[in-house]
Design a binder for this molecule. Structure first.
Ligand code: SF4
Length: 251
């Protein structure tokens, strides 16, 4: 076996804490693991938990960047542990921390409740007024293409953790919820009343965004939530104009 294939020992410094043990101060705990080519950060975490320390807590499921469970901060950058190669870093010390903007339950596991609450607020499902029970609602390729970018969202909350607005205002809807709203607003099959735009016409909605694009940098699926916010702002301005002229807005 070549020297490269044998890998090298890395130190993983993991921020540990336990909300059920408030007397325990958050602290970094180090683990030495041999990293061979192809080993992901998630694979390292599984090895630590299975072979070194069974008390380490983190979330994971699909191991292939589909479920969005293993979002965390890896050497200062928010990403999914399952798609991050442990050996890709120049430094042989890798620091792992939980997602920001969410309360820690234990170690790398955060409470996703605020994220899901915001998601629910935008009614993330098709709303139809037309009665079409049992019928297929077809779309053209062009219509489907309009929502491609947003359909890719895996609800990992990387963007939520990266958002500077949420770090100072937990009532802000946030990038993932707004991207999801735009996904349905652009969907040719959706018939939600345009009054939904009034509900995001505030600094808790589309006007809260600082447009510093951190959500775009953090998103592992190229959803580009800021694009959705800019798109919703344009729709909202059009909606206001039509309302002022006594007409209902056309999408
Ligand atoms: Fe994750 Fe991107 Fe969806 Fe945000 S927009 S939840 S970063 S996939």
């Amino acid at each position: 076996m070549s020297e490269r294939d044998q890998g090298a020992y890395y130190t993983f410094k993991i921020l540990r804490s336990d909300a059920s043990e408030p007397a325990d101060e958050p602290h970094f705990q180090s683990y030495r693991v041999r990293v061979i080519p192809g080993l992901t950060v998630l694979a390292v975490l599984l090895r630590i938990r299975d072979e070194i320390d069974g008390t380490l807590a983190f979330r994971s499921s699909c191991r292939s960047a589909v479920c969005g469970s293993c979002a965390m901060v890896i050497n200062g950058k928010i990403d999914l542990a399952c798609r991050t190669q442990a050996g890709a870093f120049e430094s042989r010390t890798i620091i792992l921390e939980p997602l920001p903007n969410l309360q820690i339950i234990k170690d790398l596991v955060v409470d996703m409740t605020p994220f899901w609450n915001m998601y629910e607020k935008v009614k993330p499902y098709l709303i139809r007024n037309t009665s079409d029970e049992g019928k297929e609602i077809s779309q053209t390729e062009e219509e489907r293409g309009r929502i491609d970018q947003y359909v890719n969202c895996i609800l990992c909350a990387c963007c939520y953790g990266a958002c500077p607005v949420l770090s100072r205002d937990p009532d802000y809807l946030g990038p993932a919820a707004l991207a999801k709203l735009q996904r349905f607003a652009l969907d040719s099959r959706d018939e939600r009343p345009r009054s939904f735009l009034d509900e995001i016409d505030s600094d808790k909605g589309v006007w809260g965004c600082d447009t510093v694009l951190r959500c775009i940098d953090a998103c592992p699926k190229n959803v580009r939530p800021t694009d959705s916010i800019v798109g919703l702002r344009k729709s909202l301005l059009k909606h206001r104009l039509f309302k002022r002229n006594g007409k209902s807005a056309k999408w």
